[in-house]
Structure formats: structure tokens, C-alpha cells
Ligand binder design. Sequence first.
Ligand code: CO
Length: 141
Amino acid sequence: MTRIDHLGIAVESIAAARGFYEALGLHITQEETVEHEQVRTAMLPIANSRIELLEPLREDSAVARFLKKRGPGLHHVALRVDDIGATLASLKARGVRIISENIQTGAGGHLYFFIHPSSAGGVLLEICQDIDPGALPELGE
Ligand code: CO
């Protein structure tokens, strides 16, 4: 684990939510549609981490179901690793419940998978790794 990569926050609408974050002095630097998750994502850098706003594109998406059940709020915590393949293998070997069988590609081209909250103390945990660490120069590493 190298750091908390981002906090994922479910919103009904990025357009409606952004004003609050802008009032805090944060700004959206990257907005992207992730088709296979049926979400629109917006990234707001904060120091060497980020807030990720998640807006559902369809009523039957996981984020739409989350909003229906729990309302807007913290959806997941994302931890960054240097070797996502080794992390996945090690977690599987320990019997940790992984949500998707394979590593997936998300917003900005990073690699990720999710650990089910039942294996992570009630928190939906995303494990992620950048393909190209140079792709995020604003992080200053
Ligand atoms: Co995320």
C-alpha cells in the first residue's frame, strides 16, 4: 500500500454536487465515463490524494442502487498499491471476497478491483494501481 488514492462519493449529479467542492477550494481536473460500471466520474485532487464523484448513468447500475438504498455519500475507499496482481493473488489466497474475478481498467486508465464490504469491515475497498505513474504529474511524485 502506498497511499489512499481516493475516496469515492456517490452523487445524484456531478453538475449539482461540484459547487460544494468548489466552495471548499477543490476543482474537477478529470471527468470521464466508465461504460462497464455505468458511471460518470469526476476527480478532484486534494494534496496527494483525490475525491472521486460517481454519478450513475443508468437506473440499474451499482451506484444507482447504492443511491436508492442509502442516498448520496461515501461509496468506497481506494488504496493504491505498486503491484496489483500480487495484491489480488495474496488476498484471494487468504479467502478475501473479491467483487469481480479479474482486474479491471477504470477512469484515467488505472487498474482496479473491489473487495467486498463483508471482507473489509463493512467498507467497500478499491485496490488500484496506475499503469503509468507519470500520468498524474499534479501528485508531485
Ligand atoms: Co474509485
